[in-house]
Every structure is written in structure tokens, then in C-alpha cells.
Write a protein that binds this ligand. Sequence first.
Ligand code: ADP
Ligand code: MG
Length: 728
Amino acid sequence: MSTLRFHAVKASLKRKPLKIKDKKRRSEIFGANVFNEVAMRQYLTKTALNSVLEAIEKGTKINRHVADHISTGMKEWAISKGATHYTHWFQPLTGATAEKHDAFFETIGDGLAIEKFGGNQLVQQEPDASSFPNGGIRNTFEARGYTAWDPTSPAFIYDKTLCIPTVFVAYTGEALDFKTPLLRALQAVDNAAVAVCKYFDKNVKRVSTSLGWEQEYFLIDAALASSRPDILFTGKTLLGHSPAKGQQLDDHYFGTIPARAMSYMRDLEHQCMLLGIPVKTRHNEVAPNQFELAPIFEEANLAVDHNTLLMDIMQKIAKRHGFTVLMHEKPFAGVNGSGKHNNWSLSTNTGVNLLSPGKTPMSNLQFLTFFINTIKAVQTHEELLRAAIASASNDHRLGANEAPPAIISIFIGKQLTKVLGELETVTKGKLSPKEITDLKLNVVGKIPEVILDNTDRNRTSSFAFTGNKFEFRAVGSTANCANPMTVLSTIVAKQLKDFKVEVDELIDKKTMKKDDAIFNVLREYIKTSKAILFEGNGYSEAWEKEAKKRGLSNNKTTPEALKIKKAKSTIELFDSLGVMNKVESESRYEIEIEDYSLHIQIESRVIADIARNHVVPTAVRYQNILLENVTGLKSIYGEKFKDYAKAQLVLIEEISEHIETINTTVTKMTEARKVCNKETSLEKRADGYCNMVKPLFEDIRYHCDKLEIMIDDELWPLTKYRELLFTK
Ligand code: ADP
Ligand code: MG
């Protein structure tokens, strides 16, 4: 085993950057493998095309007869591009994507065959995916989950396979995937926002959600990565002493992209272009071998599909380049982890970004309305938003090196803080004409300039306003953005609905003018949303204390954070907006809490294996070398040997102490695991894994890491941090 590390290091040193053929202009190849409007115009009849466009625009149903035309056109297009198979492509609650391929090929008797793809195969499939987690919704004996075509996200070809984005639902109609609740939540926020927009512009018919994600990741040489059992099984290192140099010199951030990584990125971007993923930005991140990739923002459902597709192809392309992509939120202790900032905004079919200050006082009042309602929504549901980003892997990141803490707060910058301060002093009840004019001129009217001046940059607030969008930064790098986007859309939809009711009441009952009513309601929101506003940076003990005083939640672990998901108020919230019914909400809680235990269980087994079967035997071997040395010294120097063997004797004793502690802690951890596994309540099991099993990782790691720096480098079997992080 000890040689695997050196084989890996040798292999990694031999690699060269691959040559990438990407001569064509990006604008030329963009979307070449997507069944987009251009392709549809070429391959679909007019009726079929209109039917798809209407389904995308208005959510209308496509009838079976037309579906046959669409599927035929789609098949012809796909075959012309070299595709041989098709698959319904969906996002089960495992967090990955799923597919089951079928060939277009069909026999028709007499030894003949044709390529066929009917409307039925396009619209609905029964993949019999009975072993995906479903949290009790679908008993396995029912074994029926349907995938159904989502025409709002276009089909694409990858690896000679036509992939059709679909939702995944039980035969009873309950959602078994991430996409279905997201689509419902986007609809809810659309409805609620359109109603509010009507105060400002009667022409608004649709409000869509935009999402621009920023994907952070580590690129590690594949040979080095696969020499580590912990990376192989958990996507992260469970032990490893920090190298002499980490990220302290800040010499990687925004530095020159190393040649191999660059060639990987170009290859990846080329694929992204073909698949219509509008990637635009690439750069080094803070930690060594850490990078970021970001697209131009898109409609949220499409952006989610593109991100999940991207995560999949990132791994596939990495193989060609001899890399392993680590998507994990915290693959290495002591250096930054990876997040996936979700840049979020709302825009109207008339082309207005509702979170962008406008040119006139009227459009700014609209901006403030959406801005303040978002703040209020987050204030009311901060704990639920925290739960939306909870996972075993993100727990490692939150609150550490440059990451946002587990406390949700909003950063809005000095200028907007001032604007809110002024709006807070608006007169209660009807406003005088002078006050209205003054507000419009000096407060609401002044926003565009102040935003442009706004140079506040805050990198670690969990939810920050950045000029024309909110940036939800607590999202983890492995997350499916659908989950946080579903929750954010739902709470904003709920808030906007409540706002509309309150404003209408003031107009109807108190006969207030519309603007007066809006100012009055917003004033109250500002007053009651103060706790969530925080201009500070990242995690600190002082902020923890302060947040506690303010009544903000600070759920540091996933089991704690998830509890709010099964609260009655949460279930009612999702149900009332038609996003998820009770069964769907409860099943998601179950799946997530179980997923947590499974992750910690695997990590615990792996760390035990490494500690006992890799570290301890190596320590013993080294100790034997020391003992041999001491015996040798004794045979030459007799009684005086101690003068020459002082250091060796200390090392021998220390090694024994570390071995002893590792061994007893691993035994204790194994016993704790047994207790947890016997627990039938999923919740109690997760609590056990969190509070009894996981805390022991640190002790085991501490002693293993100490041994790493004592033992002869030649003997150490595990690829070291310096090799993983600094091989380019
Ligand atoms: P950074 O946050 O790193 O400074 P940018 O602000 O330029 O970078 O953008 C980051 C991401 O935010 C990109 O994906 C970009 O497309 C997206 N973005 C920009 N404007 C909006 C918007 N109005 N709504 C949603 N996402 C947006
Ligand atoms: Mg950003």
C-alpha cells in the first residue's frame, strides 16, 4: 500500500495538458446540441412548433396527436446529430441526475428494423426507478414512478443520447424529484408577483425568476485522488496534516490558471457551449487547486437543469484530463471550502428586473416594494432558508474559512440601509402631498445614483444584495439549486400575497391612496425586519451572541436545521401555495434526515479503516525501525546508549500513545455507530450520528495527523495535502 502514494505521485508528474480543438467561435456552436427554437423551426410542423411554444409560455397541455409530430421531429433532429438512444433525464432526490437509455431502434419483423420514437415515449415514461429515495411516498411494491416531459427545458444530446428533461412523480401524483416542487414554486411567485406588479404597471402578465449560479470546485490529479480511500468514498479528505504553505499568501486567487486546468476548462466550456449552457466566467478561487465557473443567468428552472447537467459533465470531462473534480463543500481542512452562490432576481415579461432600481420614482417604488418584501420574507422564514441549504457536507463549510455562518442574515450596504431608515419615518396613515413629493424626490428618486456609488463588498454574508439581485451564498457546492430556489420562491410568494392583502385593505377600508397604502405597509415591514439585517462579515463569536439576542436561529448541524421542515407552519406554508402537500413535505424531511445519517456512517467507516488499517500499521512499522535503532545503539554503547537514543525513545513512547488513543477512539466510535443503527426513529438516528459519532472524527484525525508529521515520509501511505493541493 505504501507504494501506491508514490506511484500516484509519479503518474501525476508525467501528465501534460491536453490539446483542445475549439477553433470555432463560441457564438457559432452555442446550443448546437439543443433542440431549441431554431432546431424546432427546422424539424417541426407549424402546429407542433406553436404547441410547444405555447406550453413553454403559458403552461398549456400538449395533446397526444401533436406529441407524435413533435417526437418524430425531435427524433429526426437527434438522428441527424448522430444520436442512437433517448432517455428521460430527471433529478431524483438523491441529488444526482438519473437516466435510463432506450434505443430508437425497433424491429418490425421479417428481419427489418426502423428508428422509432412516438409521442407516448416523449411525453411519459415509467422507468421503474423503484430504488430512488422517496421517503415513504411510494412503497416499493407499488413500484411506479412516472417521468413526464417538461417542455420548458429543451431536450439536448449528450454522448449520442437524446436527453429529455422530465419531472418524476409517483402514480398518485406526488413529486419524487426536485424539479416538480420548483416548477410549482416558480408558478406561485409568478402569480403573487404579477398581482403586486399591477399596482405599478397593468401590462405585466408574467414574472419569471432568474438564477445565476457560481460553481466552485477543486481539481485534483486523478491518480492522487484515487490513492486516497477517503476521497474515493466521501469526496473529501478525512485526515491529513496541513502543509507548510496553504492559502495564506493568497497567491492562487485570480492568479494565472495552471496549464492543465486551463485545458480542462476549455474542453468543458466547449461542451457547455454545445449544450447551450451559457458559461462566461472562469477563475482561480482562494484555495490552491480551487476554481470557479459561472454562466450568464437564466430562467431558474433552466438554470437548475444546466447546473445539474454541468456537475455531471464536469466529472466526465475531467477523466480525459486525468483529473478528479471535488465538488464537496469542504474537501480539505484549513483551506477554503466550496459554495455555489445563487444569484436571484425577478423580472417581468415587459423586461423589468424588479430588483433593480429604476429611473423614475415610480419604478423605484416598485423596486423598494420587491426589495423590502424579500427582506421581510427572509426575516420571517430565516430558519427555513437555513434548512434549505442543510446537508452533511455543507455543515463542514458553514462558519469556517470565508464561508457564511449557519446564521442567515441579509447584507444590503450602507446606502440602502439609509434609504430604509428614511422610509421608516414615513407618517402613519395618509401622507401629506408635501411628504409624498419629498419622498419621491429625495428618497425614492435618489436610489439609482446611490447604488452605482455603492462599493460595499461583503463576501461572506449569507444573503447579500448586490445591486440588482440578491446573492444567496450559503448554498453548498454539491447542492441541487432547486431546493433553495423552491424555498426562496415559496417564501417570497407568500410574502407578496400577504403584502397585497394588507395594501388592498388600507385602500378599501381606510380609503387610502395606493402609494400611501404601499408606503404604510413598507414602513411597518422595515420596522419588523430589522433583526435580519446585518452588515458584518462572516462568522464571529460576537455576531453569534448578537444574533441570539435578535432571535435569529443558529442551527449548526443538519439534524437541528432540518427540524423546521416538519413544523406545522412549514407544511401549511408549502401546502397553501400549492408547492408541496403534507406527504411531499414530510417525505423530503425523511429523505434528508436519512441521507445525513448515511453520509456520516460512511465517513465514520472510512476514517476507521484508514486509521486502523493504514495509519496504525505504518506507525508500528516506524516504531520498529526506531526500536531497532535503539537496540543497535545499546549494543554498541552499553549503558550510555540513552544519551544517544533520547529523541528516539521519546518518539517511541509518543507513537505508542497516539496508537493507543486512535485505537480506543475507533472502538468507541464503532460502538456508537451500533447504538445509532439500532435506533428506529430516523430523527434520533441522525441526532446520534451527529452528536455521538461525528465528534469522534476530530480526535481520531488529530492523532493520525500528529503521526503523519512524526513518521518517515517514505513510509507514509496516504497521499499528503501538499501533493494533493500543489500538483498542477
Ligand atoms: P460576482 O458576484 O462574482 O461579482 P457577478 O455579480 O458578475 O459576479 O455575477 C455572478 C452571477 O450572477 C452570474 O451568473 C451572473 O449572470 C448572475 N447575475 C447577474 N445579474 C443577475 C440578475 N439580475 N439575476 C440573477 N442573476 C444575475
Ligand atoms: Mg458572487
